[in-house]
Design a protein around this ligand. Sequence first.
Ligand code: NAD
Ligand code: TYD
Length: 339
Amino acid sequence: MNLLVTGGAGFIGSNFILYWLKKYKEDGIINLDKLTYAGNPENLKSIENNPNYKFVKGDICDAELVNKLMNDEEIDTIVHFAAESHVDRSILDPSPFIKTNIIGTYTLLEGALKNKIKRFHHISTDEVFGSLSLDSKEKFNENTPYSPRSPYSASKASADHLVSAYYFTYNLPVTISNCSNNFGPFHFPEKLIPLAITNILEGKKVPVYGDGLYVRDWLFVEDHCTAIDAIINEGRIGETYLIGGMTEEISNMDVVLKILKIMGKDESWIEFVKDRPGHDRKYMIDWSKINNKLGWHPKHDFDEALKLTVEWYTKNQDWWKKIKTGEYLNYYKKQYGKI
Ligand code: NAD
Ligand code: TYD
């Protein structure tokens, strides 16, 4: 296979490229990434000399570049991760979310059509389904209606609809996956789990929004990669698959308390801060379709994977200390009111 991976210098994309090249040694990967604040070529240092891997710095909104790459590199499969991915940043400024997540996806779809791509796999999020109430036993499934509530989730929902439309209207061979909150190595320290771990390592408190009783379904990033693998190899064209983790309902407070316990700290390290506007109360995923149809299930228990993640951030302080400077500090100040 010749894959074009978009956003491969980000958190999930880089984990995916490392996973894929280790497993499929004959395949070629072109990684198209704009290297925004979230893109980090260091994530892929271990494969930079692999002849089957090539990095191209560029924007998925650049139609000429996208077309040229698909044509010159004889791409047959696209795995589309590139996105603006942080809800809080989308509240501060929705504009790059509209450009990259909507126009960028449209540009790739047009390129895929022109270049007769055999598979366009689109990575999306459970956030497109909106919010569940705390007392409901309901989980999101492939038939849950879309109800996005943040500029981020609205832009991802829009992209998902475009991908579907290209399947129904032009027979573009697409698949879509909507996954829950990933965590693991190379996760940018603006998201809850890496922010909590790195703040504690720096001797800073962990900001918890509102009452802290928000619930997310947590998916270890390696389990996400095996799910995408199953969909690319066995998934049915035109279908959507939901991907979730091995988590019971667990609040943000409980997640932070678990991290504090692993790191030998107490509750005094928690700081309750102003809530996120429009904060979705709960996400839960029913992943029985991908389990029944493709035999996939997550393999990592939340507590064990959380321990691995804390160990990774403890061992790789150079990686995140370089990130927590400059632009990051400006963002942190804007978001949390202090550094
Ligand atoms: P990330 O923010 O860590 O990485 C995004 C990458 O995309 C970066 O390398 C960035 O440089 C690149 N990028 C941004 N704009 C670009 C553009 N215009 N052209 C080319 N490259 C561009 O994101 P992530 O957490 O790895 O998420 C990857 C995908 O998974 C996204 O589509 C996101 O919506 C989806 N997703 C993420 C999560 C999660 O928990 N992280 C959960 C569900 C879905
Ligand atoms: P986040 O990691 O931003 O992912 P998402 O918004 O995509 O779910 O947030 C996960 C949960 O943690 C969410 O309910 C918001 C909350 N949160 C905090 O309480 N404090 C923080 O500093 C951050 C970044 C998130």
